[in-house]
Design a protein around this ligand. Sequence first.
Ligand SMILES: O=C(O)[C@H]1O[C@H](OP(=O)(O)OP(=O)(O)OC[C@H]2O[C@@H](n3ccc(=O)[nH]c3=O)[C@H](O)[C@@H]2O)[C@H](O)[C@@H](O)[C@H]1O
Length: 432
Amino acid sequence: MSSHLDNIPSTPGKFKMDKSPYRLRHSSYFSLAKLTFWSVVFLGIILIFFFHSPSSSPLPSDPSRRSLRTSNWGGPAWEKRVRSSAKPRSRNGFSVLVTGAAGFVGTHVSAALKRRGDGVLGLDNFNDYYDPSLKRARQALLERSGIFIVEGDLNDADLLIKLFEVVTFTHVMHLAAQAGVRYAMENPMSYVHSNIAGLVSLLEVCKAANPQPAIVWASSSSVYGLNTQVPFSETHRTDQPASLYAATKKAGEEIAHTYNHIYGLSLTGLRFFTVYGPWGRPDMAYFFFTRDMLKGKPIQIFEGPNHGTVARDFTFIDDIVKGCLGALDTAEKSTGSGGKKKGPAQLRVFNLGNTSPVPVSDLVSILERLLKVKAKKMIMKMPRNGDVQFTHANISYAQREFEYKPTTDLQTGLKKFVRWYLTYYGEKKSAV
Ligand SMILES: O=C(O)[C@H]1O[C@H](OP(=O)(O)OP(=O)(O)OC[C@H]2O[C@@H](n3ccc(=O)[nH]c3=O)[C@H](O)[C@@H]2O)[C@H](O)[C@@H](O)[C@H]1O
């Protein structure tokens, strides 16, 4: 086996002969010594670099994640930005950490909180589950209203600890998640990484904080799974998830119970029902139906057994934002501190839906009218990939607790979506 040592000139014959043998031996000795010296220095530099590489740029703990950029955080300027973003305008305002702030719901909730005077700090890993440029555009939007989004992953405990050291958060609005029902069959580990490991990582830091924040977080209507009782009520069974996505959200609800029980964390889960609207998620049907219809591409419309209707309780984003703020405003304080429970704490789960399911075929008809194009429809049997046939929310609990009352029907909401879509992609040209 050859080593780099083989290349070192070690015989006098390889040197010029105009030097005395003594000088030759002498200079050869020095060259060798010099080389050894520099090799040691070089090795030392590599070792120093290796051991001092900043904790702010850890490798993603799960290789199944895509393009998680290593982030740069820390330092006085960064801390100043974090502090100023999280600072409420009014004396009684909240200081809220919004995870998933560059996401669809996260962006809208962050903007609404900021508008009413709360301090908002965002956290997002900007992964490439869907076009990250849309997330960057949302980030730019929030930045204009003074909201800073820290780029980092929930599983980076050092980063979370640092954020809680710099800011005393009164609330956490936890909206970061791996969403999408059907994608769970393609990349199951990403759901475990974000929706389970990420949630635990966040709750670990929240429980240790002093004071502990109150937490409101995104669960999903999908937890009702194969439940057949309608409309879905929070007391119905949720132990038959139809997708891994649903199973991780259900697991989240159980994990919430545990942290509430052991550490006194105040926890409120919100079961969102197919949220849609401007700045929405391109992986959702209403969004890619719009894109494909405008491109003249066929769209697949699922139907249930025996040509049964597939329907969703589509809920407009503005109604969801009101629900999120209502949940936050009625969240009681956590009772523990520094990892110790001091008394029983609030634990809640609410449906946030629209209470009027609409067949997917009607969704397509509305889009046809709004876009003025005829869809190339391919009716096909709903694949066995985690979808359920029907969702319908009973919202009386949220109505009672914080006067949640959705006011936007699908026609009105889609009109707003289409207007945004045509402006956004019209300006950017390339995406339509
Ligand atoms: O409430 C939730 O908890 C979830 O809502 C959303 O899931 P879904 O309700 O499944 O929305 P979405 O994919 O838009 O499909 C809508 C309808 O179109 C049908 N559908 C779908 C695709 C297709 O090609 N054809 C079709 O008919 C399909 O069968 C369905 O009936 C979120 O994505 C999810 O993250 C989660 O938050």
